[in-house]
Design a protein around this ligand. Structure first.
Ligand SMILES: Nc1ncnc2c1ncn2[C@@H]1O[C@H](COP(=O)(O)OP(=O)(O)OP(=O)(O)O)[C@@H](O)[C@H]1O
Ligand SMILES: [Mg+2]
Length: 360
């Protein structure tokens, strides 16, 4: 830690205590953590100090600390005040990789938590199984999908794990071009997307009957809401043309896969700007046990994206600043481990080369 940062932390802690005393809600900063992007102070409130009173002071505290945003959170250790680190460090997949290697099978690297610990998602666990990524434009959803996909491809052999990508925009998964884990090039056209999901559903049923879940198949879907809407439009026009009722909407296909896919070794990782009920039904959303929520625009969007209130996802800073939300546990804030497209291709090529030369 630089001397300047140490000095900064001292001053900020003093500032917090001064603001609290001035407003008759005293408390002391007793410790904290310095993460790559965020500083977290642990506040030990005096017995008469109420959490709601401290929460009410968040704007005053932000002004006193001269920080753009300040989050207040209650945890088991006390009250946490969280604000941006003035000397942020980049969190990258390449830097983090040596710390997490070897990753267990079907486990994706997500990033680094505020406490400086790598955050992983084990897809085969029922608490994870399927992942819904939400956040406004620029929050870093596509980058997060890329990190997950690349980490899975680096840590699993193509015979154990396959990747399948659906991407209506057609740009998200260039990093994986040439990876032997891809069963086919990323699917862009809506008709192909429907066929692909239908054949996955058939595979799921066959695997169900045979009790098979290997190789694992991870289906990455960027812009899932767009895909659902495009599917609906297509179904509507086909109905008009043929007069028949076509029941296989993308929504239905995804819901069935999410409901029963895990046992058959099929996992969905889907990203969308706004997982609103109008596009993604409650049933579908309920079948994604893990939510990864980036910056959203409003408190209402935060509630929709997280599936619960009080997460403050609208106060996240964007560009890979995310919350992991699952079950009844407290949300975990983390910075996505970034990897660019070209760098990802290089890493994957390096790994294939090592595998070939080591004769695996
Ligand atoms: N983890 C990260 N670390 C650093 N920079 C990031 C990170 N994630 C995203 N960014 C930056 O933010 C930009 C936008 O990220 P990304 O394209 O993933 O956002 P998005 O949520 O997919 O947006 P959209 O909804 O428009 O597709 C990236 O080009 C990159 O510069
Ligand atoms: Mg995107």
């Amino acid at each position: 830690m630089s001397r300047m940062l140490r000095q900064y932390l001292e001053t900020q802690a003093d500032q917090v205590e001064t603001v609290l005393v001035t407003h008759r809600t005293p408390g002391r900063i007793t410790g904290g953590t310095v993460g790559p992007r965020l500083i977290r102070f642990r506040l030990d409130p005096a017995p008469q100090t109420r959490l709601s009173a401290v929460r009410g002071l968040s704007e005053d505290l932000a002004v006193a600390l001269k920080v753009p945003s300040l989050r207040i959170e209650r945890t088991n250790e006390g009250i946490i005040l969280e604000f941006p680190n003035p000397e942020p460090r980049a969190v990258t997949l390449v830097n983090l990789w040596p710390e997490v290697e070897p990753l267990p099978t079907t486990t994706a690297l997500l990033g680094l938590t505020d406490d400086g610990a790598p955050l992983l998602a084990r897809l085969s666990a029922p608490e994870v199984a399927h992942v819904l990524v939400a956040g406004t434009t620029g929050s870093g959803k596509t980058a997060l999908l890329r990190t997950m996909a690349v980490s899975l491809a680096l840590a699993n052999r193509p015979t154990d794990l396959r990747l399948l990508c659906l991407d209506p925009k057609g740009r998200a998964f260039r990093a994986l071009e040439g990876a032997p884990h891809l069963t086919r090039p990323p699917v862009v056209a809506i008709s192909e997307a429907i066929e692909t999901l239908q054949s996955l559903l058939r595979l799921m049923e066959v695997r169900d009957q045979q009790g098979v879940n290997h190789p694992r198949i991870v289906v990455f879907i960027d812009e899932v809401a767009d895909l659902v809407l495009q599917g609906d439009e297509r179904a509507a026009s086909e109905r008009a043309a043929s007069g028949r009722n076509q029941p296989t909407s993308i929504e239905t296909l995804l819901t069935r896969l999410a409901q029963r896919g895990r046992e058959a070794g099929i996992h969905l990782v889907a990203a969308t700007q706004r997982p609103s009920a109008a596009v993604l039904s409650g049933v579908l959303r309920a079948n994604f046990p893990l939510r990864l929520v980036g910056k959203v625009v409003s408190a209402e969007d935060a509630r929709v994206a997280a599936g619960r209130g009080q997460t403050d996802a609208h106060l996240l800073s964007g560009r890979g600043d995310f919350l992991a939300i699952g079950g009844s546990a407290a949300p975990i804030r983390f910075q996505v481990a970034y990897i660019g497209e070209q760098e990802a291709q290089q890493e994957l090529a390096k790994q294939q080369h090592t595998e070939r030369t080591s004769g695996r």
